[in-house]
Design a protein around this ligand. Structure first.
Ligand SMILES: Cc1ncc(COP(=O)(O)O)c(C=O)c1O
Length: 398
């Protein structure tokens, strides 16, 4: 039996293939250091788990409103407005089962088949997949290496815009690069969006995952709130990746359209999970603060090992939980033409498992360097030190 033709356009997170290879290696009795998956091996704060149990005991186990329960929409509107200097109300908020559904529902809401959407590359692979699945043209904009990290190639981004362009997907703070826009860069993206009358998806999954400084939302720049949809997620800040709770926050017309998609797709987000989310947003800040403090210790442990391996060039981001080193000199010295072969060999020689640039969107013409991504959120400090010391010995001997 034939399957639908459009499935050829559906991409995936190829990083899951790295998980399979790592699991296979572990099943053969080897120690594996899982730097490949952006998951967090820390518990969800206790007040959130208690609120969920309480909600179940109170019978909050049935259907609830498609756009989300009122207390959560109110709490999110207040919290997101306060932290970003905006003035959202509950009507601007539409609850989702995670941050990821905001991407697909945003695309369905603003893009018709044949239209184009610009997205970051390297970037979260689901953007490319969803634009193409819904019949759009996915146009990747590049980043440039800078002395301290990475910056959007603004000329390239600008050059991609045509009369059929509908939206820019803008991920700040960025996965996999760990980088953050300067105020000038963010203002330039906003200016382009306004000049060409484009929608913006502000993927702010890591907005509060930072160890220094403060985050700014592109939605707070003049002329932007009315064209921006914020992707909000509980996954990272509250270590709730498996709970599946997030929200789209933007103009009321978009929120209403997305609520209609909710009715069609999943009816509603799990009621007792939403009640737990209210406890997270309105509860004490110590849970998220402890998660962040532990991630910062891991960042320091991972960076100090990686950045001192000869031939590895590794910026130290103050945000997200990713490091994205340039390993070109190492792969050349060790005789690997292909970064995938390097990653496979590293797994089998050291147990260290990581993604490569190829897992974050199709590599662009002219790309010559080799980059890899280390997620340090799923290992404790000792495992980080041990794994990366093994990687160092292998590279130094190679
Ligand atoms: C940039 C980015 N956006 C969105 C998401 C989706 O997050 P969620 O787990 O809430 O669906 C992720 C998850 O890793 C991400 O890295």
């Amino acid at each position: 039996m034939a399957l639908a033709g459009r499935l050829v356009n559906l991409g995936t997170e190829t990083a899951f293939a790295v998980s399979l290879a790592a699991a296979d290696w572990a099943a053969k009795g080897n120690r594996v250091y899982p730097f490949h998956l952006g998951d967090i091996n820390l518990p969800t704060p206790a007040n959130i788990a208690e609120a969920m149990n309480q909600a179940i005991a109170e019978g909050k186990t049935g259907y609830c409103p498609a756009a989300g329960i009122a207390p959560l929409r109110e709490a999110l509107a207040d919290d997101v407005s306060r932290r970003r200097g905006l003035a959202y109300g509950p009507a601007n908020v539409v609850v989702q089962p995670g941050g990821k559904p905001v991407i697909t529902k945003f695309i369905q809401t603003v893009m018709d088949p044949g239209q184009s959407v610009l997205y970051p590359n390297p970037g979260y692979p689901i953007y490319e997949s969803q634009i193409e699945y819904f019949g759009g043209r996915s146009l990747a904009y590049r980043y440039e290496e800078t002395p301290t990290g990475f910056a959007i190639d603004l000329d390239h981004l600008h050059s991609l815009i045509t009369p059929t362009t509908r939206a820019i997907i803008y991920n700040n703070l960025q996965n996999p690069l760990g980088c953050e826009s300067s105020p000038e860069e963010m203002a330039a993206v906003a200016e382009i969006a306004i000049e060409h009358d484009l929608w913006v998806l502000a993927d702010e999954a890591y907005f509060e995952m930072r160890y220094a400084g403060t985050s700014t939302s592109i939605a707070s720049l003049p002329g932007m709130a009315e064209r921006t949809v914020i992707l909000y997620t509980f996954s990272k800040k509250f270590a709730m990746t498996g709970w599946r709770l997030g929200a789209a926050i933007g103009p009321v017309a978009v929120a209403e359209a997305i609520a209609k998609l909710n009715t069609n797709d999943e009816s509603c987000t799990t009621h007792f999970v939403q009640a737990a989310g209210v406890a997270g947003i309105t509860g004490p800040p110590d849970g998220p603060a402890a998660i962040l403090a532990e991630l910062q210790r891991r960042r320091d442990a991972a960076w100090s090992e990686l950045a001192t391996i000869p031939g590895v060039v590794c910026p130290r981001p103050d945000a997200t939980f990713y490091l994205f080193p340039n390993v070109t000199a190492v792969t050349r010295r060790m005789g690997f033409d292909d970064v995938t072969a390097f990653a496979d060999a590293a797994l089998h020689a050291t147990g260290v498992s990581f993604c490569t640039r190829k897992h974050f969107g199709r590599p662009q013409p002219g790309e010559i360097g080799h980059f890899v991504r280390f997620a340090y959120s799923g290992l404790d400090v000792d495992a980080i030190g041990e794994g990366l010391a093994a990687l160092r010995s292998w590279i130094e001997a190679g």
